[in-house]
Design a protein around this ligand. Structure first.
Ligand code: PLP
Length: 399
């Protein structure tokens, strides 16, 4: 028999699995081209050509035992040095290789940092809507995820409620901007206020509260928007980065953590993260990918391809009467469901072969997420279905 704890995890992951199965079932009946699966955040834009070239160069030019061998659990030193240098150039920071831990994507990085920081019963605060896996990552270490209710006006964090929810048990706060599922970028004003609150509460409780910035979508922003680099705003900031989306490499499992020297107990946290990487069974981040991405630090996918999808989908949905905040980054639209029950609305969409994820999976009922990291023509083909769906709810009349 599986463990009691795993029973809970298995049960809660069945929604996503069921959706995947449903997509396959519908494709079997109607043909894959007539099913509009917007459920997955799997990048549709190809990895930049530089990645393929870098992989070939690494394999042709570097010592095979080094390329495929074990290394320091924190990753290759020259790779970490290059990443630190690149961050310093871009964000005017002062990191060295010691501050960088290579990870198995953002998911691996978050598990490493949570394992390093959390005692059972510790609280981790996050802002709804949030990436649903946070529940599991925090649950892995028997800590408690505390949700701050969504601010549906603009999906910037609700800072009053946040302040009220900080207790002496608050060990960490995890934020994600550009955000999955809303595409919203937290403004500099928001970040400054959040940092002020955290500093005040650290003094009040005489604790350290770590701000974990989960930022796999940092490079995916539109209209030249700047995403604030959080270590500059709050001393106890730890950054989790991933190349899954910026280089379209989610299956390759590569990213890194930044643990700055200014962070309280940084030496211990860096050492703990090194050990956590080992004992969680990662041992190290994939070696070939470490070497390849270190040659592509200034490269990212062609954001214009996602931008075309964003404009097409957003403009049409708004014209049919749907309500949605225009995403500033990532590749998701978070649309108000046309009835209160988001799961029922997702079921209604399915009748038009449109697969959406209910907002309750992200801690925000009454909405649905549309992942538009899909083929442009699939979006075009799906639009009549979205229009019909709106008509069923009394919107999008043809007059
Ligand atoms: N954090 C957020 C907000 C995400 O959306 C995702 C993936 O979709 C992850 C973390 C996990 O990313 P990775 O593939 O790098 O583990």
């Amino acid at each position: 028999m599986i463990s009691d704890k795993m029973k809970g995890f298995v049960k809660s992951s069945s929604i996503i699995r069921a959706m995947f199965e449903e997509g396959k079932r519908l494709a079997g009946i109607y043909g894959a081209e007539n099913v509009y699966d917007f459920s997955l955040g799997n990048p549709s834009v190809e990895p930049p050509v530089q990645i393929k070239e870098a992989l070939i160069e690494v394999l042709n030019e570097e010592n095979p035992n080094l390329v495929h061998g074990y290394m320091n659990n924190s990753g290759y030193e020259d790779v970490r040095e290059k990443i630190a240098g690149s961050l310093n150039k871009r964000f005017d920071t002062n990191f060295s290789m010691n501050n960088i831990i290579m990870t198995v994507g953002a998911a691996g990085g978050l598990n490493v940092i949570f394992k390093s920081l959390l005692n059972p019963g510790d609280e981790v605060i996050t802002f709804a809507p949030f990436f649903g896996e946070y529940r599991n990552y925090v649950g892995n270490y028997d800590a408690v995820l505390v949700e701050v209710a969504p601010n549906v006006e603009d999906f910037q964090p609700n800072l009053d409620e946040f302040e009220d929810k900080i207790t002496e048990k608050t060990k960490a706060v995890i934020i994600n901007s550009p955000n999955n599922p809303t595409g919203v970028v937290y403004s500099e004003a928001t970040i400054k206020s959040l940092a002020d609150i955290l500093s005040r509460k650290e003094k009040e409780y005489n604790t350290s509260i770590y701000l974990i910035s989960d930022e796999p979508y940092r490079e995916l922003v539109y209209d030249g928007l700047e995403v604030p680099y959080l270590t500059k705003y709050y001393k106890n900031t730890i950054v989790g980065y991933s190349y899954s989306k910026s280089l379209s490499l989610p299956g390759e499992r590569i990213g890194y953590l930044v643990i700055p020297d200014e962070v309280d107990g940084s030496e211990d946290i860096i050492a703990a993260s090194n050990v956590a990487t080992r004992i969680l069974g990662f041992v190290n981040a994939p070696s070939l990918m470490q070497r390849a991405v270190s040659r592509c630090l200034d490269v990212s996918v062609d954001i214009e391809l996602y931008n075309r999808n964003r404009e097409l989908l957003y403009n049409n949905l708004i014209s049919y009467g749907y309500e949605c905040v225009k995403p500033q980054g990532a590749f998701y639209l978070f649309v108000k469901a046309l009835e209160e029950d988001d799961k029922k609305f997702a079921e209604a969409a399915k009748k038009h072969n449109i697969l959406l994820v209910p907002g309750s999976s992200f801690g925000c009922a009454g909405y649905v997420r549309i992942a538009y990291c899909v083929d442009y023509h699939m979006i075009e083909r799906s639009l009549p279905g979205f229009k019909e769906l709106a008509k069923e709810y009394g919107l999008a009349s043809d007059s």
